[in-house]
Write a protein that binds this ligand. Structure first.
Ligand code: GAR
Length: 221
């Protein structure tokens, strides 16, 4: 028997014994970030317990279905207040007792109560180099502002919209021929690499929110 074959059971057992963290992923759209997390879940010590969408036409729901992940639709249009919507989403999240709540293109503004409830274990991905271009239409706004570079940020979610401590960023160059569509494509490529990596830092216990700062391996970022 080749030597490498002998260590296979050890690697498998180690993988099974290692504690996977439970994550709930919130989406509103295509779910390409969700897909990148699904594809790498085993490598980043994550079990995706469920996916929640606020939109029935979100293709991410199909991705969850294809991956055999429980998924829920909570349409914000069915609620007469943000509080009522947040409470409905929260009720579903809590059924799964997640270690981490992952916002992956979830396009709703939360109430303070919701943000506070999951503070320290809720991450968001935003398509700009924060603090630049918080909010919507980030790619066009970066072009209009004449930026030479653009990118993606991953941050802890706090009560400030797109304002929580930044954990990591990835940059792309803006070239003269870029439009909002080409720029979005370039940024998405970076998103799909960066988000699983940051989630892995969290599931390894290396990343925390401490005193309002993102801390990796004991050092403020
Ligand atoms: C991504 O570009 C993500 O950064 C952005 O929505 C897109 C979702 O794409 N998030 C935000 O704008 C949050 N403010 P996806 O559904 O294909 O993952």
């Amino acid at each position: 028997m080749p030597g490498w074959l002998a260590v296979l059971p050890i690697i498998t057992a180690t993988r099974l014994l290692s504690k996977l963290m439970r994550g709930v992923v919130l989406i509103s759209g295509s779910g390409s970030n969700l897909q990148s997390i699904i594809d790498k879940a085993a490598d980043i010590d994550l079990t995706i317990s469920c996916v929640v969408s606020n939109r029935s036409d979100a293709y991410g729901l199909t991705r969850a279905e294809n991956a055999g992940i429980p998924h829920h639709l909570v349409e914000h249009t069915q609620f007469d207040s943000r509080t009522a919507f947040d409470q409905a989403v929260s009720k579903i999240i809590d059924q799964y007792s997640p270690d981490i709540v992952i916002l992956a293109g979830f396009m709703r503004i939360f109430t303070e109560a919701f943000a506070q409830k999951y503070c320290g274990k809720m991450l968001n991905i935003h398509p700009s180099l924060l603090p630049k271009f918080q909010g919507l239409n980030t790619h066009q706004r970066a072009l209009d502002a004449g930026e030479k570079e653009h990118g993606v940020s991953i941050h802890f979610v706090t009560v400030q919209l797109d304002g929580g401590p930044v954990i990591a960023q990835s940059r792309v160059d803006i070239i003269p021929s870029d439009d909002a569509i080409s720029l979005a494509k370039k940024v998405l490529i970076e998103e799909h690499k960066l988000y699983p990596e940051v989630i892995h830092w969290f599931t390894q216990g290396r990343l925390q929110l401490k005193d309002g700062k993102a801390v990796l391996d004991g050092k403020a970022l």
